[in-house]
Design a protein around this ligand. Structure first.
Ligand code: NAD
Length: 544
């Protein structure tokens, strides 16, 4: 069917459900939590729609309760990774030729299935497997993922509609947005179901085929998503799920001649290692691979002495401790004027004192546990370092307990040493390090904030004075890809605040926008001449 120019429905953000007591959504979510926590699932490798059980399994345990075993997943080895590449390249032949509006229909259906039939299941799976509270799951595995799918589909059509402005007389110029001539590797992090789902679907929507390597801490929800893709009509082999060891992936996928690109989200160190490997193999590829990566952050809150203290404290607490600080955008360093020090610390203690931490089954909890033993060890080593340091103080929290789950208290460290380890390095846990500056040295500290570390992901300033806001916007121009004025540095919404950072925080290709989708196409310019010349002479060659 090709005698029509279709229009993708204009997207709007998926409404965030509130899960109030007695609500339908709360009852459904509670039922899904019960059901999933009582069953034990076996997750296969999925290649070309076939389920493969390698026998090399890893158990999945709820981060907040070591006794809740959710299931186990099979890991792909080198043989399966190669099979996934070959299968994807075979599937590419038909997928890359499928009219784009049919691909759009599949992804819009995925969005609809998550919005309705699978919403409770997706949220429950996210809560159980990576330890989110109900609201944190709802804004992630339901709303943000649905938004990614609907907005991207819309942007896809916009991209395809973008055509050369001019056609000289007698000719017709066009652009064709071909998929990449190879497979795309989607390497996903543990902390966001939405990101995990977006990394393979964005390239696939543009006609590419994908190998999806999920984080070993988050394989449960990708498996559910694979089932939803199938139900929505996605042909086999377009997205292949291969949980595996990173070393196996590197050895096979990055040395394949058909490696077309990587869509990565994770830590800066891993991304740089991957880039280095790709660089070493550059002579072996058919094309220059597209490298898209959103990586780490050391996100800041900078307060001016005209800031509203209650707004500042609420943003500091929500921005630093929601989802246990395991958001790339989480505030983890704060610059507070000395004149506000006492009030700020007093209110921070009071507000943090009200935080309840525990199982996500109890909806009154604000925080649950960190994702894994490794995360627990990494984060607590920073807290212990601060406890032992002479130039810092653990002013709030600092406790941790792994007897039932990977629980770490919301922790505030204070220091006047801008080089202090916890003030510079990404911790990826519920730890905020605060420094206090003399009010008169505000300009100087803005400069320190700009150059304080290798990252530039998110940042927030708080002030009621326009002159300060204007100056901070300028001085901090390159310090954050997402900049907030009088708001916490987390919670970007698709279609509203396209997300991504610069410097060591990534290639800043703004997930959920046309800027990202455009990386997954390889444009062909087509010029058709209706009246081709029949001689080789030019006017200037006339006899003098
Ligand atoms: P991670 O870097 O440990 O892992 C990310 C993915 O890379 C996982 O699938 C992992 O298995 C894989 N991986 C690890 N080593 C690899 C290697 N050598 N070769 C190939 N793949 C490899 O990150 P994580 O712990 O899952 O997530 C937390 C990190 O992600 C933080 O640094 C956070 O800031 C970042 N993050 C960034 C954004 C963003 O949009 N900028 C969003 C979410 C998370």
């Amino acid at each position: 069917m090709n005698n029509s120019v279709f229009n993708v429905p204009h997207p709007s953000n998926e409404p965030v459900l509130e899960y109030r007591e007695g609500s339908k959504e709360k009852k459904e979510l509670k039922a899904a939590l019960k059901e999933l926590s009582e069953q034990y699932i076996e997750i296969p490798v999925i290649i070309g729609g076939k389920e493969i059980k390698s026998g090399n399994t890893v158990e999945i345990t709820a981060p907040f309760d070591h006794s809740i075993k959710l299931g186990k997943f099979h890991q792909a080895g080198p043989k399966e990774i190669q099979l996934a590449i070959d299968t994807a390249m075979e599937a590419r032949k038909a997928w890359s030729k499928m009219p784009w509006f049919h691909r759009a229909g599949i992804f819009l259906k995925v969005a609809e299935l998550i919005s309705t039939k699978y919403r409770a299941q997706m949220n429950a799976a996210t809560m159980l497997s990576i330890g989110k509270t109900a609201v944190q799951a709802e804004i992630d595995s339901a709303c943000e993922l649905i938004d990614f799918l609907r907005f991207n589909t819309y942007f896809m059509q916009q991209i395809y509609s973008e055509q050369p402005m001019l056609n000289s007389k007698g000719m017709w110029n066009s652009l064709q947005y071909r998929p990449l001539e190879g497979f795309v590797l989607a390497v996903t992090p543990f902390n966001f179901t939405a990101i995990s789902g977006n990394l393979p679907t964005a390239p696939a929507m543009m006609g590419n085929v994908c190998i999806w390597k999920p984080s070993t801490d988050a394989v449960y929800v990708p498996y559910l998503l694979m089932k939803i893709f199938k139900e929505a009509g996605m042909p086999d082999g377009i997205i292949n799920l291969i949980p595996c060891k990173s070393s196996d992936l590197s050895n096979i996928a990055f040395s394949s001649r058909d490696f077309g690109g990587i869509h990565f989200t994770g830590s800066t160190k891993v991304f740089k290692t991957i880039w280095e490997t790709i660089g070493k193999n550059i002579w072996d590829y058919k094309s220059y691979p597209r490298i898209v990566g959103e990586t780490g952050g050391k996100d800041y809150i900078f307060a001016h002495n005209t800031a509203d203290i209650e707004q500042l404290v609420a943003a500091s607490v929500r921005g630093s401790f929601e989802y246990q600080g395991q958001k790339c955008s989480a505030a983890s360093r704060a610059y507070i004027p000395m004149s506000m020090k006492d009030e700020y610390m007093k209110r921070m203690k009071e507000v943090i004192g009200t935080i309840k931490m525990g199982s996500p089954f109890d909806f009154t909890n604000f925080m649950t546990a960190c994702v894994s033993k490794k995360a627990f060890k990494d984060i607590t080593s920073y807290i212990d370092f601060a406890k032992d340091a002479k130039d810092a103080e653990v002013a709030i929290g600092g406790g941790y307990d792994d007897s039932k789950g990977w629980f770490i208290e919301p922790t505030v460290i204070t220091t006047q040493n801008l080089e202090f380890k916890t003030f510079k390095e990404e911790i990826f846990g519920p730890v905020l390090t605060v420094t206090f500056y003399e009010d008169a040295k505000c300009d100087e500290y803005l400069e320190y904030c700009n150059s304080g570390n290798e990252y530039a992901l998110t940042g927030a300033i708080f002030s009621s004075e326009r002159e300060f806001i204007a100056k901070a916007l300028e001085v901090l121009e390159d310090s954050a890809g997402n900049f907030y004025i009088n708001d916490k540095p987390t919670g970007a919404v698709v279609g509203q605040q396209p997300f991504g950072g610069g410097r060591g925080s990534g290639t800043n290709d703004k997930a959920g926008s046309y800027l990202n989708l455009i990386r997954w196409v390889n444009t062909r310019t087509i010029k058709e001449n209706f009246v081709p010349p029949v001689s080789i002479e030019y006017p200037h060659m006339e006899a003098e």
